[in-house]
Design a protein around this ligand. Structure first.
Ligand SMILES: [Zn+2]
Length: 124
């Protein structure tokens, strides 16, 4: 679990990114203590909608090619993350859903989770 970055099961049981929203309306991910727009400290953490749209994407080099996308959410946030899909199956404006992925194990054997995006099915 990446504390303060995302929740694997939010109010609706689905994975959500966590962003901060300032009294001035600015949203930030990861959540901030102080607003980058107005330097205010009246910030609240909120769950980002589980679904967003791919704004842009690229592939990261490595042993296996991974898709990295900027995802636009309805609450105004833009966040970057890996997309669990082949490059040939990814397109601009594609709807994607936040998901929890296991990335490693802690020393005590606890699964360590991070977030990624997966193409959102028609049924949601
Ligand atoms: Zn602000």
């Amino acid at each position: 679990m990446v504390e303060g970055i995302f929740t694997p099961a939010g109010a609706d049981g689905r994975a959500h990114l966590l962003c901060s929203r300032c009294a001035c309306g600015a949203v930030a991910f990861p959540a901030r203590q102080r607003c980058a727009a107005c330097s205010g400290t009246d910030l609240a953490v909120e769950e980002v909608p589980t679904e967003g749209k791919i704004y842009s994407w690229t592939t990261s080099p490595g042993r296996t090619v991974r898709v990295v996308a900027q995802v636009q959410f309805a609450n105004g946030l833009m966040a970057q993350g890996h997309v669990s899909a082949e490059p040939g199956d990814v397109r601009i404006d594609q709807r994607v859903r936040t998901m929890a992925v296991q990335v490693d194990y802690a020393d005590d054997g606890t699964p360590l989770l991070s977030y990624a995006f997966e193409p959102a099915g028609e049924a949601g």
